[in-house]
Design a protein around this ligand. Sequence first.
Ligand code: SF4
Length: 276
Amino acid sequence: MALELPTSLSPSKVSTFTDCALAFRFSAIDRLPEPPSVPATRGTLVHAALERLFGLEPAERTLPAALTSIDDAFEVLREHPEYTGLALDDAAEAEFLDQSEQLVRRYFELEDPTTITPVGVELRLEVELDGLLLRGIIDRLEEDEHGELIVTDYKTGRVPAAQHEQARLGGVHFYAYLCEQHFGRRPARVQLLYLSEPIAIHTTPTDQSIRGLERKVRAIWSAIELACDRDDFRPKPSRLCDWCAFQSFCPAFGGDPDAARAAVRDETAVSLTSAG
Ligand code: SF4
């Protein structure tokens, strides 16, 4: 039986499908919930702190203000299931906050936020490509001293090995495409700020990269349509399996993918029952 197509594509869905079609099915089609993880939740906190920092006047974007932003963002996050689901004890919470602070401190080694002119932070953009909805959230869009647009994406995980660098830049080319279609202006630069090192990776969008992004998105969407039509999403074991939340349903690890659908159905039935 053909599976229902996802309603949109985002950079993370493109990268999930490219990394492993079966993980994409579990996440984007079966909508299997993923348990929160410390690295992802730490990323949420750091992004929220930097969003608050750029809500301040330029001269106020100091390191002490950024550390206060972490505290303020944590007050909100600590009530959220993404954090409470981690069930951290006091020592683990202190480590979580300490590591988040280290990332924000390293951000200041990469750039001086008082010199940045943001156009928007956590900017949600949607555009259509051949009737397909493409959407993404740009961490920060700014104008440089020449009035050119710059797209910035913060990364709180490890820097990719050199051979994976272009693949990781695929996400920022996606943002450049969204930006060009939405604002009618191509960004002069897209950059990934890896806070853990810290290191910045830059690239310049060109006619070729924009056309390449369109070609890639069309090809991936065709592959998703075909896989949905045939209900054929195959596992692609790699070192990413170590972090995959769906291992227990994956045939590469002795699991049954159809049990994932049953689990989602059961969960939906339970929540409908409790809502009724
Ligand atoms: S465990 Fe590995 S192969 Fe299986 S779904 Fe996850 S990423 Fe894909």
